[in-house]
Ligand binder design. Sequence first.
Ligand SMILES: Cc1cc2nc3c(=O)[nH]c(=O)nc-3n(C[C@H](O)[C@H](O)[C@H](O)COP(=O)(O)O)c2cc1C
Ligand SMILES: Nc1ncnc2c1ncn2[C@@H]1O[C@H](COP(=O)(O)OP(=O)(O)OP(=O)(O)O)[C@@H](O)[C@H]1O
Ligand SMILES: [Mg+2]
Length: 504
Amino acid sequence: MEIDRAIRECDDRRLQTKYKNATYVVQRALTLYSIEEVAFSFNGGKDSTVLLHILRAGYFLHKKGQNSVNGDLKDFPIRTIYFESPCAFPEINSFTYDTAATYGLQIDTISLDFKSGLEALLKEKPIRAIFLGVRIGDPTAVGQEQFSPSSPGWPPFMRVNPILDWSYRDVWAFLLTCKVNYCSLYDQGYTSIGSIHDTVPNSLLCVSNSSYKFKPAYLLADGRLERAGRAKRPSTGGQLPVDSNGLTSLDSHKNSMLTASIIVVGDEILFGIVEDQLGPYLCRKLHSIGWSVFKLSVVHNNIDSVAEEVERQKSKSDMVFIYGGVGPLHSDVTIAGIAKAFGVRLAPDEEFEEYLRHIMGDQCTGDRNEMAQLPEGITELWHHDKLSVPLIKCQNVIILSATNVSELEKQWDCWIELAKSSDLLALLEPYVSKHVATNLTDVEIAQPLSKLCLEFPDLYIGCYRKARYGSVIVSFKGKDLTRIDSAIKALHKKFQPGAFIEMN
Ligand SMILES: Cc1cc2nc3c(=O)[nH]c(=O)nc-3n(C[C@H](O)[C@H](O)[C@H](O)COP(=O)(O)O)c2cc1C
Ligand SMILES: Nc1ncnc2c1ncn2[C@@H]1O[C@H](COP(=O)(O)OP(=O)(O)OP(=O)(O)O)[C@@H](O)[C@H]1O
Ligand SMILES: [Mg+2]
């Protein structure tokens, strides 16, 4: 069988593993369900083209040893369904039908929408499982496994996703290694194909800005950007809903208040063995860009403790910073905790794996690297020349890998630079503060200070002392220095001259 042979003879170990696992899923499905009970959902896209050949190979391996099977091109008895749409590219349509003719696919063309079409199909045919070319990274893949029952509200069947864990690069390695045909649009710069109304060539493959020439899809270096040619649907996902003026909540917040939370993961801090110095540093940095820190919490190195705190803070704050518990050790549970908080699973991230391979060399070999597993569908990697490993952002949660202040300083500077250039982080008026000290007693200053707070509601006016029997320090924090000066003047007026001394 030509596909099986091509993979066995190539020297790409990773591809061989992916192929082995995918054909294994097909074989298990063909053991669980009879051939009449399965269907292949084929639409001429690159992922479903990979799946076609995986199914052909899986069927061959499943039947191997039986005289009836010879691995011929047209030896494919699995019912194939195609949801035809007037909005599909003509190239996709013709590729689908040409492929059906080449491989002897028995195509059922369905002209209804997916749900109604499947309802009608399942009433008529004994189908119990449908093979799909869904992959991690597809918006619809979140929460799916290789075998996933259809969603509530959909007709009942098993979705079988043999190539769920394949990356963009795996797809192209397979198609090119097996030298099979794929839809011609992929050679014209299309990297993921939807309808004619929402799909254009991927601009990252543009040969030069002046021409409309594009490189082929397999040259896209960063597979996470395969959907860059697909129109974005308006979404309120993440933390930044768009208002009626088209402004994100960050824009409309520009002159008001944005809040951040900081979560530290560290048993040793809670045991009192280690002192956290990163939290206070981050608080100062956040104030310097005008953000207000809502909470700084320390949690145990435990997935549930991390998940619980992340879940709480991600909805209360505009941004959550988390550090500690990041790495390959048993206690490094932060990333798993974040995945749990968002209700997604950890999935291998090929690009991140490559960074790790770069810094860890031979220590990081094998087909799977636990450290390269990141929360699925919500993770972005932020690169900066000065960082050996990119910053990891899961929606509004930023994972910092710094373990001391100087590392944090570097990560913070890079993060600010990246966030500024992507317009993600609103840099607000920085907070400014002044402090005055007095030897008056708490009782003497309590009431006038309460009144002052009412007179200056736009300022934060707080008190602290360094010793029980020493001076009290009153702090004024806000975004307008003249308001702070007015408040201090008003305070002076309430007492004898010289009762309060301004501190540096
Ligand atoms: C055979 C088949 C089965 C599907 N089953 C489900 C399902 O169980 N639950 C669901 O939410 N969507 C299901 N879908 C819809 C897909 O998740 C997704 O919405 C569809 O592929 C449209 O993608 P697009 O909007 O990017 O074109 C199914 C689609 C097909 C073709
Ligand atoms: N119109 C359709 N008819 C039949 N199956 C479909 C259709 N649209 C999607 N599917 C199924 O859903 C899977 C995922 O679709 P998706 O668009 O992500 O991948 P693709 O079309 O194969 O490749 P690409 O990402 O390049 O568009 C397909 O592989 C196919 O199994
Ligand atoms: Mg598609």
